[in-house]
Design a protein around this ligand. Structure first.
Ligand code: GLY
Length: 371
């Protein structure tokens, strides 16, 4: 999704764009993501720059979704539904109070709700809910619809999309990128190359050691459920210790998500389905009446500080990263596309997510042993 959005925005700036994808565009992590646009609920102490980037991207989402609808006719399922965070017991209620305090310090809009008020707003909640937090500005979108719309929008704007055409390596001439080599051995020339390969970004061959980035796969499994009687069980996104339920507004719900450090494994496991259903049904017992549509597994592109890697690669002119979006790829799509398209057009912006923050420090002077 990140690559497609960059292609669309880069075409809007008049750049010639070709996208290569070994699979169908949007069929990786984008098709597994639940689609929460949740800078406030995802906020962690010590990640203020990420919070600011997420807030800015959330602000851009309504116009991004409306523009996609206008140019493609696809409604991408943007829902300004808000989010409720709920605690199941005393320990979780204490933890939620700490989360409230953090968000108040950060000036974020949240409100503590008594269980009775939470249940008035979402009657499907179990009576066992101990405390709730209303987060009115965290919303949701349907990532599969966004990806489908972006394919259309990018093509309509004049980008050329090659699917089933995986990139094996970046091709450089000294300290300048000159193109990419595909899996079939052919080489494609390009003045600039953007790597938006998600969890696979660090596997790309041909990137000089000094320019490499620490992206690793973090597996997530999500379960798709359907209420055959239609929407109404839940209106808002519901979050709780270890998971979330995202209503699509049409009777479909996405339960997420596991967080597993298992390399490139994408097996779907019975244990994940069990845990996702167990946790969700403790809070919304009605979930167990729904039909199972799908269990899917995908790979988040994780980085050491949980932030994305955006813009110029170190020491390789013309090579740019747009990767490492970890838990926030869908949220950060509009702002990433705008930042990278601007940089491609020669207008780089200052931000805290440059690749050089992971550079190893230059070796200092050799220690001289004391006599
Ligand atoms: N954004 C939620 C997740 O990565 O599971």
């Amino acid at each position: 999704m990140i690559g497609l959005a960059i292609a669309w925005r880069a075409r809007a700036r008049g750049l010639g764009v070709t996208v290569f994808d070994g699979r169908d565009p949007g069929s990786g992590a984008s098709s597994v993501a639940a689609g929460m646009l949740a800078p406030v609920t995802e906020a962690e102490a010590g990640e203020r720059a990420l919070l600011a980037l997420g807030m800015e991207s959330a602000r851009r989402w309504p116009a991004f979704a409306a523009e996609l609808r206008d140019v493609t006719g696809v409604d991408v399922g943007y829902r300004a539904c808000g989010t409720l965070v709920v605690a199941r017991d005393g320990d979780e209620a204490e933890a939620l109070d700490r989360e409230v305090a953090l968000r108040e310090r950060l000036g974020l809009r949240t409100a503590r709700l008594l269980p009775s008020e939470a249940r008035r707003r979402e009657p499907a909640l179990a009576p066992s809910v101990r405390l709730a937090l209303d987060v009115p500005d965290d919303h949701a979108v349907d990532p599969r619809l966004v990806a489908a719309a972006l394919v259309l929008a990018a093509r309509q704007a004049g980008a050329v999309l090659h699917t089933g055409a995986g990139v094996r390596s970046v091709v450089c001439d000294g300290e300048r990128v000159t193109g990419v080599a595909l899996e079939d051995g052919s080489v494609v020339q390009a003045g600039q190359v953007v790597v938006a390969a998600g969890a696979w970004s660090a596997l790309l061959e041909g990137v000089p050691a000094s320019a490499q980035v620490p992206v690793r796969p973090v597996k997530g499994q999500t379960l798709r459920l359907l209420d055959p009687s239609g929407p109404g069980l839940l209106e808002r996104v519901l979050r709780y210790e270890g998971g979330y339920i995202v209503p699509r507004g049409d009777g479909r719900y996405v339960l997420g998500a596991t967080v597993e450090e298992r390399g490139f494994d994408t097996a779907m496991t019975a244990g994940a389905a069990y845990e996702l259903l167990r946790d969700a049904s403790e809070l919304v017992p009605g979930i167990l009446e729904l039909e199972i549509e799908e269990l899917v597994a995908g790979l988040r592109p994780g980085t050491p500080d949980n932030g994305p890697i955006l813009g110029a690669a170190q020491g390789v002119a013309g090579l740019l990263w747009a990767t490492g979006h970890f838990r926030n790829g869908i949220l950060l799509t509009p702002v990433t596309a705008d930042l990278i398209a601007a940089e491609l057009a020669g207008e780089p912006a200052e931000h805290a997510f440059a690749a050089d923050r992971f550079a190893s420090p230059a070796p200092g002077p050799a220690a001289v042993p004391a006599p």
